[in-house]
Design a protein around this ligand. Structure first.
Ligand SMILES: *[C@@H]1O[C@H](CO)[C@@H](O)[C@H](O)[C@H]1NC(C)=O
Ligand SMILES: *[C@@H]1O[C@H](CO)[C@@H](O)[C@H](O)[C@H]1NC(C)=O
Ligand SMILES: *[C@@H]1O[C@H](CO)[C@@H](O)[C@H](O)[C@H]1NC(C)=O
Length: 530
């Protein structure tokens, strides 16, 4: 009997379902997809998850990234916001050839900071939102720290237990505010083009990528704080208090793939939650695709993702890529291409264009030999899990970092996008990735490591979120370093004190010895001459 009661208590303790809020503004597919996967992971574990979606870009209302999460609360644009928010420029054509430097950070991310500020104001103006969310009595709220507006909202709703989650490998601009060590000397910044091994020039560049982004985000967060204090009251904490008061920090980084770096105990790497290998392996390739893969001994996929469009690629790069394809007649190329105008390629028979490709089903098919990709983090994670060699040609944002991160494992080759116009370079890279078996072996080795990692990222998400719901927040896990200034933090004062006292004591010894020696010699010489 007692055993039964204990078992029942144990069962209830472990099967308790929590009310979880996942806050995911509609502004960019990759971010929304990641937050959607996070929501689904928790829904699938039996929790009651509500996705709160502040509309930022009306065009992305349907890109929620969720399959099993059913409850969605949209925060619609009001009349003021509809006038203020001009549709996000859907034409990303200029990104193909643009060379972004650290100094361009403010200019390049203006569309984002401006959109976030206006979206925040719109969230604040919503009359019904607070009552609607309050009635749900959330245990935990999860937000991507690209905006602090939601943190103000959580506080207003009385939600004490929060989790920050980045959809990129890391947000280094966040480190000083949460007390995480930052080492731009060997950890590439989010949008930096550098590797971990840097020359002094590269370290300076990398540092600037970090610093400009940090300054930029600080301005945005200050504006958002003004907004939530204005609407919700001055007693809501500042963002500089809300960020470090989060119970955990999830990052979309996998330690077996990413550049190594030191983290604090609250940081939990959950990279890979978006790759569901069981589902991928169970997919059946449609007949049409099956037939294409049987055409030639080898097949290569080409996709530059959903943000920049292949058909907007500069014409000379396009025809160069086609020339390379033509010179490899034993290989079928499948190119994700968003236009039906493929007249320019009609003389080449081994290329197949499609607006959509079943990417993951193709990646696990043995007949597909390699992938040419832009290095979006979603694709990089899929590649690493599926063990396919790749040619990485990043276009913008964090894609260069992702590409170099994967290329370190020797299963892929990184190339600058401007090489797309260079026949020799592209031909040689594509031939290597297709015919040099070492890339394949290295890619498969990495896939083996990931498949056998001791703890699955999905389990980390579930266990840590449940733990936060039951026992969070954890103020004692907040490192004290946030309260120290530069000199104190690096112990420069101690270093100075240590060496100055050392020098003083040594000097004192030398002076006293010299005095004694001088006195003795003086005594001897004066005595001896008597
Ligand atoms: C989940 O949350 C919704 C909204 O708060 C509520 O109506 C529903 O009863 C909850 N379901 C469970 C299983 O707790
Ligand atoms: C196709 O080949 C023919 C004959 O070699 C050539 O005249 C024509 O310009 C080519 N078309 C394209 C689009 O390359
Ligand atoms: C990748 O190749 C480089 C150069 O050959 C080598 O130094 C490095 O150890 C290799 N790394 C891995 C993970 O195989």
């Amino acid at each position: 009997m007692i055993i039964h009661i204990l078992l029942a208590a144990f069962y209830i303790e472990n099967c308790i379902s929590f009310n979880i809020l996942v806050y995911s503004p509609a502004f960019a597919n990759s971010h929304q997809n990641f937050m959607g996967h996070l929501a689904d992971t928790l829904t699938d574990a039996g929790h009651n998850v509500t996705l709160v979606v502040p509309i930022a870009d009306e065009g992305r209302r349907n890109v929620l990234g969720i399959k099993t999460t059913k409850q969605v609360v949209f925060i619609e644009l009001d009349e003021i916001a509809k006038k203020e928010i001009v549709a996000v420029d859907s034409s990303m054509t200029s990104l193909w050839t643009e060379v972004a430097t650290a100094e361009d950070t403010e200019k390049n991310f203006f569309w984002f900071t401006d959109l976030m500020e206006k979206t925040c104001a719109n969230v604040m103006r919503s009359k019904t939102l607070l009552d609607e969310l309050k009635s749900k009595d959330f245990d935990v709220a999860i937000i991507e720290p690209l905006s602090v507006c939601g943190l103000g909202l959580f506080r207003k709703l009385g939600i004490e237990k929060t989790i920050l989650s980045t959809s990129c490998a890391h947000y280094d601009f966040l480190f000083p505010w949460i007390g995480e060590p930052n080492h731009p000397s060997y950890v590439p910044a989010t949008t930096s083009p550098t590797n971990d091994k840097m020359t002094i020039r590269e370290r300076f560049e990398n540092y600037k990528y970090y610093k400009y982004m940090r300054d930029n985000m600080e301005i945005l967060f200050d504006k958002e704080e003004q907004l939530y204090k204005k609407y919700y009251g001055d007693e809501i904490s500042t963002w500089k208090e809300l960020l470090p008061s989060a119970s955990m920090y999830f990052t979309n980084s996998n330690p077996f793939i990413d550049f190594p770096r030191p983290v604090i105990q609250k940081t939990i790497p959950i990279g890979g939650i978006s790759v569901n290998m069981d589902h991928i392996l169970s997919q059946k390739l449609p007949k049409e695709w099956d037939e294409i893969l049987d055409l030639r001994p080898k097949t290569m996929l080409i996709s530059f993702g959903s943000m920049v469009k292949s058909h907007e690629m500069p014409d000379n790069w396009k025809s160069n890529l086609l020339k390379v394809i033509k010179s490899l007649p034993s290989v079928t190329f499948i190119w994700k291409y968003e236009s039906s105008d493929t007249e320019w390629s009609k003389n080449v028979s081994n290329v197949y264009f499609s607006r959509w490709i079943p990417q993951t089903a193709l990646l696990v098919d043995n007949r597909v030999s390699a992938f040419l990709t832009h290095g979006g983090l979603g694709s990089v994670n899929e590649l690493a899990h599926c063990g396919k060699p790749a040619l990485m040609i990043p276009i913008f944002a964090d894609q260069t970092r992702n590409s170099k991160m994967l290329a370190r494992h020797n299963g892929s080759i990184y190339l600058d996008k401007h090489e797309l116009g260079n026949y020799e370079v592209i031909y040689s890279a594509i031939s290597s990735i297709l015919f040099d078996e070492s890339y394949n072996l290295n890619a498969q080795r990495l896939a083996q490591i990931i498949a056998n990692q001791p703890v699955k990222p999905k389990d980390l998400v579930i266990q840590y979120t449940e733990f936060v719901a039951k026992h969070g927040p954890f103020p004692t896990m907040d490192p004290y370093v946030r309260n120290l200034n530069f000199i104190q933090k690096h112990c420069l004062d101690c270093f100075f004190l240590y060496y100055s006292s050392y020098i003083i004591s040594k000097t004192a010894v030398i002076i006293s010895v010299s005095i004694v020696v001088f006195k003795i010699t003086n005594a001897i010489t004066s005595g001896g001459c008597k």
